[in-house]
Design a protein around this ligand. Sequence first.
Ligand code: TXA
Ligand code: MG
Length: 326
Amino acid sequence: MQVFGPKRMTELLTADEIGRAVELLRAGELVAFGTETVYGLGADACNAQAVAAVYAAKGRPSFNPLICHFADAQTAFRYVQANALAERLAAKFWPGPLTLVLPRLPDCPVSQLAGAGLPTLAVRVPAQPVARRMLAAFGGPVVGPSANRSGRISPTNAQHVLAELGGRIAAVLDSGPCPVGVESTVLDLSGDAPVLLRPGGVTLEALQAEIGPIARASGEASAPASPGMLASHYAPGLLVRLNATALGPDEALLAFGPPLPGARLCFQLSERGDLQDAAARLFEGLHELDEKAQALGLKGIAVQPIPATGLGLAINDRLTRAAAPR
Ligand code: TXA
Ligand code: MG
């Protein structure tokens, strides 16, 4: 079946059309897939353009870090630094509705945008057999935020996904209804002690029975994505100045469109002024300018105006946080 939407057709794939799903993912397309919790909006996590398209399809006003899905723990731990607790929980609860936040390994190829520029990555091995076969065939990490538009209810069957995103994404891999129906539990194991970031399909009690006491993040699910915490995590060291129309002598330039003249250090988000290109390159750009500016004695980053429409909203949200006084 094909659903005709405003922009394109969305293919409804049956569980034996995994090859087609993988082909689309490899081509940078978006493929929603069922997990045991909810349907995820899948894309190649290493392809920043594809990840940017995920945010665009969801209409997210900000860039939350996304979960990377893998076929098994062995593959997941090639991308993040596992520790004893992670090994133990993975052995007990994977495949299943548990997501672990761990430090990225050096040279981890997952796009900065997928992790929203954080030094950590959320990884999970879902239990849904069709999803696992797709992930195994794909071989690498697949991002998968819930396959709904921003601010709407998470979809638990393929029809929900079509209603939300039909016409905006390439395909939905139909694996039937989701048995758990609430999202995975998110546990941060990147610090000194484990912290529960989001309650979900695996209970806190079950986790504690395995590894002992677990602290709960103040706030709840969205806490790590709240402005305060995000700012401390990935605000660049340099001062960020938005809507710059001229460049100060000690400023690096984050360009959008034709660059302002006179920059000693410039990172171009999108010469042709494309918001999806810019989203895909945003965190790379902030990291790179931050890294190189010091050697040149630069003290700030001037950002050229970026329209606050479509993905531009999320880009400006992120930059506003980076620019917030510290
Ligand atoms: O059940 C699920 O987890 C579903 C299915 C599709 O797998 N996926 C899902 O993904 O709920 P998403 O992107 O909607 O939720 C990601 C959660 C958010 O609460 C986010 O803040 C947190 O994980 N998260 C992701 N990366 C993180 C990181 N590096 N540090 C802290 N929290 C992170
Ligand atoms: Mg969601």
